[in-house]
Design a protein around this ligand. Structure first.
Ligand code: KIV
Ligand code: ZN
Length: 518
């Protein structure tokens, strides 16, 4: 192994092969090509582009990627059979740097029940298959499937044969996600000590996440001397998934003290764009609390945390969102947020609120946060408006009577106070909410467009308080209104009128000098 590789951990990305085996994650050729290009921009060393014998589509995808993506090594998976190897070679024909990845199982369980072969027969297969791939390409990887449940001495024999036949990378898959960090560490060390020619080959790890240990196992293998990580973007993959590329890469980068300063060639600022691209291609979202690339990975809600991060991000952040290509950390305002976070956000929104005015906004903010999980910027604008400048609302809603059902068109009769004068209006609609909103719009003579309508139960149970949020837009000014009531239709009316009052407030403010000082 060269000096350079000894200090470097190679990133072997199998998102397009093992990752694609994840339910719901299959991709067509164009999508695979787009992702492969992004993986090259991310700086992965090897792209496992597919399993060409599996389908014509897989073969064509590997071919297309081999043609278009020239920098990383392009790898194709193959069992030991002749047909598999021929398909892999055909698919890799246009590749600038082709690798054939040959695998066969080595655990007695697989030999007896799946392959129905003896240990000796498997060794012959390995020898023949690696030699035949090696006759066509210089770069051959060999994987001992289910290595972590295989007999260690037998594994050494198999790997000896693979090295003698010309394999330059030996992969030790934890196919069923069974191993533990200390066991995997010991196994890699054992193999490195006993396989003949171990110093001239690269040991590779390949972990699955059935016990949630894939990343921990991968890091243990690296500490034991493995220098290739097989992983996927967002950790997608068969069953519980594979080692998440972004987690291993950022662990190595964040803890050089623990991992001896080993680095990867990954351009970490491309991690976030790559994760988003994959999710948008597959339509499979990343869980919000996923390390590194989850929506909440850099979001702080607790007041003490927000205060600390605003003073110095190192207080609660071990890496920056910018380092993985995200714009900034996100302080989610909610019931745990304190004065510091609120004041900071108001400042970002252009409000200069201080003294008694700020205390009023803060009290209303806390009351709203008790009823509502997340406070959005539009909510804050409303709070500032309501708390500081608009004690009087032009419109207030009074009695509401609604008829709907399977007979006839839904209708709503609404009574409102408009500039202190009581007025009443009836309107029909496609549904009761539509009828209600039409009646309010006619009474208030407003022409806003309804963008979003959401109902949440604020408390549990059949008598739950319903909270309705409506987002309306008038001439490009978008506001949110809220209303709460045990009857969701009444809550809807209140929310709509709240939004319209806020539009009125903005109309009154239009032309005022920015920043929006109070
Ligand atoms: O999990 C596994 O064993 C594999 C091999 C084909 C490397 O994916
Ligand atoms: Zn796998």
């Amino acid at each position: 192994m060269s000096e350079k590789t000894a200090e470097r951990v190679l990133i072997f990305d199998t998102t397009l092969r093992d990752g694609e085996q994840s339910p719901g994650c299959s991709m067509n050729r164009q999508e695979k090509l787009a992702l492969a290009r992004q993986l090259a921009a991310l700086g992965v060393d090897i792209i496992e582009a597919g399993f060409p014998i599996a389908s014509e589509g897989d073969l064509e995808s590997v071919k297309a990627i081999s043609l278009a993506v020239r920098e990383p090594v392009i790898c194709a998976l193959s069992r030991t059979s002749r047909g598999d190897i021929e398909h892999a070679l055909e698919a890799l024909d246009p590749a600038a740097r082709p690798r054939v990845h040959v695998f066969i199982a080595t655990s007695d369980l697989h030999l007896e029940h799946k392959l129905r072969m003896t240990r000796e027969q498997v060794i012959e297969e390995v020898d023949r298959a690696v030699r035949s791939a090696r006759a066509h390409v210089d770069d051959v990887e060999f994987s001992a499937e289910d290595a972590t449940r295989s007999d260690w001495d037998y594994l050494v024999e198999v790997f000896d044969v693979a090295v003698a036949a010309g394999a330059s990378t030996l992969n030790v898959p934890d196919t069923v996600g069974y191993t533990t960090p200390s066991e995997y560490f010991d196994l890699i060390q054992f193999l490195k000590r006993h396989v003949q020619g171990a110093d001239d080959v690269i040991f590779s790890l390949h972990c699955h996440d059935d016990l949630g240990l894939a990343v921990a196992n991968s890091l243990a293998a690296i500490r034991a001397g493995a220098r290739q990580v097989e992983c996927t973007v967002n950790g997608i993959g068969e069953r519980a998934g594979n080692t998440a590329m972004e987690e291993v890469v950022m662990a190595l980068k964040t803890r050089p003290d623990t991992f001896g300063g080993l680095d990867t060639g990954i351009v970490t600022t491309e991690i976030w764009p790559t994760s988003r691209l994959l999710s948008s291609i597959t339509g499979v979202p990343v869980q919000p609390n996923k390390a590194i690339v989850g929506e909440n990975a850099f979001a702080h809600e607790a007041g003490i945390h927000q205060d600390g991060v605003l003073k110095n991000t190192l207080t609660y952040e071990i890496m920056t969102p910018q380092s993985i290509g995200r714009a900034s950390n996100e302080l989610v305002l909610g019931k745990h947020s304190g004065r510091h976070a609120l004041s900071e956000r108001l400042g970002e929104l252009g409000f200069d609120v201080s003294g008694d005015a700020f205390e009023r906004v803060f009290r209303r903010f806390k009351a709203l946060a008790d009823a509502k999980k997340t406070i959005f910027n539009e909510d804050l604008e409303a709070l500032v408006g309501d708390s500081v400048t608009t004690p009087e609302e032009r419109f207030s809603i009074g009695d509401i009577s609604i008829t709907s059902g399977t007979v006839g068109k839904p209708s709503a009769t609404v009574e409102m106070q408009i500039d202190g004068v009581s007025r009443k209006q009836t309107a029909l609609g496609v549904g009761p909410v539509d009828a209600l909103f039409r009646a309010v719009a006619e009474l208030t003579d407003t022409k806003s467009e309804l963008i979003r309508y959401q109902v949440h139960a604020v408390t549990a149970g059949l008598d739950a308080l319903g909270e309705v949020s409506v987002t309306v837009d008038e001439d490009g000014r978008r506001v949110i209104g809220h209303g709460a009531h045990e009857d969701v239709l009444v809550a809807s009316g209140k929310a709509y009128v709240h939004a319209i009052n806020r539009l009125e407030w903005h109309k009154g403010r239009r032309g005022a000098n920015e920043p929006r000082g109070i």
